[in-house]
Structures are given as structure tokens and as C-alpha cells.
Design a binder for this molecule. Sequence first.
Ligand code: BES
Ligand code: ZN
Length: 457
Amino acid sequence: MDKILQYLKENRDRFLQELCTYLEFESISAQPQHDKDVRRCAEWIAAHCKDLGMKAEIAPTKGHPVVIAQTPRTRSSKHKPHYIVYGHYDVQPPDPLELWNSPPFKPKIENNRIYARGVSDNKGQHFAHLKAVEAYLRTGTELPCNLTFIIEGEEEVGSKHLTDFLKTNQKRLACDGAVVSDSGMPSLNSPALTYGLRGVAAMEILLTGPNRDLHSGIYGGSVENPAAVLCRMLANLHRKNGKIAVTGFYDDVLPLSRKERSEIKKWPYREEAYRKSVGVPALFGESGYSPNEQRSARPTLEINGLTSGYQGEGSKTIVPSWASAKLTLRLVPDQKPKRILQAVKKQLKTLCPPTVKMKITEGHYGEAYLFPLDDPRTEAALQALKFGFGKDPILLREGGSIPIVNDFKKILGVDTLLLGLALPDDNLHSPNEKFDIRCFERGMKMSAFLWQKLAQN
Ligand code: BES
Ligand code: ZN
């Protein structure tokens, strides 16, 4: 390991410069006006993998392309385990721009941190794995595992086309497991193996009332306001105690065991510090569960966007013609996304009055994931985290979703080790996203060691 560690240290500054170049691409998968930037970003990272000595290609999908990069296969490769390392080069939209202290696509290094959209989620995290591979290849050290990087461009919009890609490439992607750094850890002193992720299901509701915006003085009172109807309907989807008021919603929810609840209590988060960090006057959540349980292991229903009527300056006296909302649900084992979407739809139908027309569009979805902790590779991962961060790691369940992880299981038949490198204040999906350079350094070290441990398993 010594040669590798020395290489990582000596080349750290160059790595950071390269990462900054990668961060300059505005690879926003959700916005069609950035399709070219997404493409150019894929080309850059594929070329970079080639420069490192990997076999890399840009595989087209019906959406944004997938970048595949393989470590060189040698004669001894036959006897090595094969792991997939997954990451995504697409990023969330940076809006609202005015809240950024520096431009989101002009990376700024300050105080041991890099600020840029996508640095933590997820360019910096998978870059750490790539640089660990570089260290092996450039020092002439034999890699203990065969690795195939899958770096996709549609994670932030639900990984819709990656499933097909896995299916058509099932043979060459046959592997012993997957490794993903796209989640978090409580602090630099507390690295974590994430053994659970929530699932997700998205939908949009459109309510249409009058055939045009109407003068609220002439018509108001006699025509029901779609915005008011939508608010009433949405308000009825939660009870006061934070439970979701959708018939059948909790039917398949696997209850938390007493043992797991007592483990969650030990996570190094403090409720008051947590409340302050998000700036709310008081926390809120499903009664009977702690905030850590609520945000990692319990299902939720969120309104992500709400639109109707006049949004400009000043007032405009109208009854709007329509109102719409974007919803997502976070799901836990063993909830089935399709069944849940049906249940919510049914509930909305019973809540919808005859005064408006309702159209519901289903969006992306994915199941929750649990890594089987009795898998012997748990120990390898924990040792690698300890090696990289110099601290004992904890076992964590997280509330975010990485939908493709379930496809690794269903299509390739393998489980995924989730070794998140993001810190709680990294501002994922928020303005001023950042990545701590220490997480990057320790992540590279962890990755380099992980392949040795996994090869011994
Ligand atoms: N990196 C996140 C997922 C994540 C964040 C997992 C923090 C655990 C902790 C990922 O990029 C993400 O944002 N996923 C989306 C998926 C969705 C669009 C289907 C999410 O969770 O909202
Ligand atoms: Zn994300």
C-alpha cells in the first residue's frame, strides 16, 4: 500500500485541478437545454478514464449516455473478483442561483473544501475511486480486483435508461458485487457503511377548472378555484400526527426491530444541532419515531412543487384556470412503488370534487434497498473505511435513493456496498454544494484498500 499512498499524496493537487475541470461541465440531466453539456461531460470523463489506462467507452441510451470504463485485464485477471463501481456525472439544477456565494460551475477551493454543483453529489465521490485506480495503474501495482466503472448521466432524473443498459450488457457486467459512493456519513470522525436506502416514487397532479383564467370579481364565488381545491386535497394527504392518510399506504411497511431502533439511537447526530442546521423553528414528523428514524427508515410523502395562477410581481385578480403539484414518496422495505402510486391515485380521486378535472401522471420510481449485513464483505468494507478515515465506522440507514442499486440486485444478482463520502452539511441539491477535500483524500485511501480486502474475501 505504501507506494499507492505516496502516489495519492504526491498527486493530490493535480487531482483537485482535474476534479475542478470535471465540475465545470453543466451536466444538468433534467434540463434539455443542457443536453450538449451532459454529452461533453460524458466525453470528458470517458477520455480521462482512457488517459488513466482504462478501456473506456460512451454507450448511448435512449436518454443521456453511460460511460463504461474497465481496468486493464491481464492474464491473472481470470482469478480476480469483478466489482462494478457506480457513480453519476449528471447533477441537479443549481437554482436558485442568487443564493450561491460563488458560481456553481466555477469551482472554488476554500478552507479545505471545494464548492461547486455536483462536487459531492456525485463527481467528487466517484472521482476518488478513479484516482485510487490511477494510483494502482501508475505505480505498477497489481489491482487485486477487476473493476468496471459505470458512470451514468441520468441518476438525478431516476436512472430510467440504465436498467435497459444493464439488461443488454448483463453478460459483460457479470460481477461479484457493486460499490457505490453516493451517500453520506455523519462526520469526518464517523465514516459509515450505509446498509439501507429509501425507495422513491414520483407523480404529478394537474387540476383544471375554468377554460381560462377568469376575473375573480366577475366569476369568483360561483366557480371553484383549482388552487384552493389542490391545497385542500394535498392537505388531506397527511394527518396532524405526521402519518400519511392514504388507505393501504403502510400495509407493506416492514416495522423497525427493537435492535435496529436502539442502534439508530446511537448515531452521532444531535436533534437540536440538526434542527438548527436546517433553520426551522421546530422539527416535525411522524409521531412515535425519532427524527433519525423518520428520515431514514420511515416512508414519507412530499410536495416538491406547487404551481398555479399569477406568480409575477404585484397582484392579479383571477380565478386561475389550473393548478398543479409535483409529489414524491420515499418508500421503505417492503413497499412496492407501483402499488403505492395506485393507492395515492385512488385517494386523490376520492378527495377530488366534481368542480375540477384531474389528471395524474406517474413519474420515475424505485424500491428501497437493504444490504444484507450478514454478507462477509461487510467486514471488508468496515476495515477499508477504518483504514481510510482512521476512525471506527458505523452502520447507517439513509433516506435518499439510488434506484439502480435494486437493478444491480435484480438483473446482475449482486448486492451493493454503499460507502458514502458526503458530509451532512455538503448541501446536496441545495445552493453552495461543497465537498470536503479530506473526504476526498480519505475516500481515495479507503477505495485503494477496499480492493485488497475484497480480494481476500
Ligand atoms: N446521492 C443521492 C442519493 C443519496 C443522498 C443517498 C444522500 C443517500 C444520502 C442521489 O444523487 C440522489 O439525489 N438521488 C435521488 C434519486 C431520485 C431522483 C430518483 C434522490 O434521492 O432524490
Ligand atoms: Zn442527487
